[in-house]
Design a protein around this ligand. Structure first.
Ligand code: IPE
Ligand code: IPE
Ligand code: MG
Length: 236
């Protein structure tokens, strides 16, 4: 794989289009989600080869709870199976697995699998893979505000000291750098409540490819595109 001149330290992906992928094939939506879960492995591999530090995957949004109960259930089962089957392999490859979102909303069995996977891979030094689960950017900001208020009341934080860097320490993502590159598959031109605070200066790459068809080559194309951009951060 030819290595682009600039590698994003953190890539965030809105993995969209599983349902349409299944529909095109006359399959049930859950078959699309299953194929989508398989695509994750390819992207993790590619990120490791490129030495990307952090990969955040939007796997289930706060709004996705609105979907029919059967679909939600199959997504939760798939998550559990993914963790059960892939944790050893990820661990062997040095991947550190993390999760962000209102994780307490997830079924107990999912929380348990997630906890085990996070603990097992905690000291790995390769790619940090962050799963966004029951995640909403607005919810995260609200939780951050609650945390700030708590710290102020306890006398640990002076309101006058609050600035973007301090506030970022109260978000789920406090341990990670902001994403440099945001990818969305399936051609939708929106952010759907994903990392609202953190993407303020992320470069965006939108592709019509449906998530289950997303492979290394496409990740490389996105990173190559990113490498050719001029990031000014408001400067000249
Ligand atoms: C993304 O695929 C997976 C989740 C949001 C969980 P979709 O299920 O949104 O697929 P489309 O958008 O209906 O094609
Ligand atoms: C965004 O996809 C959420 C995830 C990829 C987990 P959606 O399919 O839920 O987004 P909308 O509804 O098209 O905005
Ligand atoms: Mg969708």
């Amino acid at each position: 794989m030819p290595v682009p001149s600039q590698i994003p330290r953190h890539i965030a992906i809105i993995m969209d289009g599983n349902g349409r992928w299944a529909k095109e094939r006359g399959l049930p939506r859950r078959a699309g989600h299953r194929a989508g879960a398989d695509a994750v492995g390819h992207v993790v591999d590619a990120c490791q080869e490129l030495k990307v530090g952090y990969l955040t995957l939007y796997a289930f949004s706060s709004e996705n709870w609105k979907r029919p109960a059967g679909e939600v259930k199959s997504l939760m089962k798939l998550l559990e199976r993914f963790l059960k089957e892939k944790t050893s392999e990820m661990d062997e490859r040095g991947v550190r697995l993390q999760a962000i979102g209102r994780l307490k909303d997830l079924p107990e069995s999912c929380q348990q699998q997630l906890h085990e996977a996070v603990e097992r891979t905690r000291s790995n030094t390769g790619l940090t893979l962050i799963l966004a689960l029951s995640y909403g950017g607005r919810e995260e900001i609200i939780d951050g505000i609650k945390s700030v208020i708590h710290h102020v009341r306890e006398g640990h934080l002076d309101v006058g000291m609050l600035d973007p860097d301090v506030f970022a320490k109260h978000l789920y993502t406090r341990y990670y750098p902001d994403p440099d590159l945001l990818i969305r598959t399936s051609g939708e031109m929106r952010v759907s409540n994903f990392l609202l605070w953190q993407i303020s200066y992320a470069e965006m790459y939108i592709t019509k490819t449906l998530w289950p068809d997303f492979r290394k080559e496409e990740l490389l194309a996105a990173v190559t595109d990113y490498a050719a951009r001029s990031r000014r951060f408001g400067g000249i």
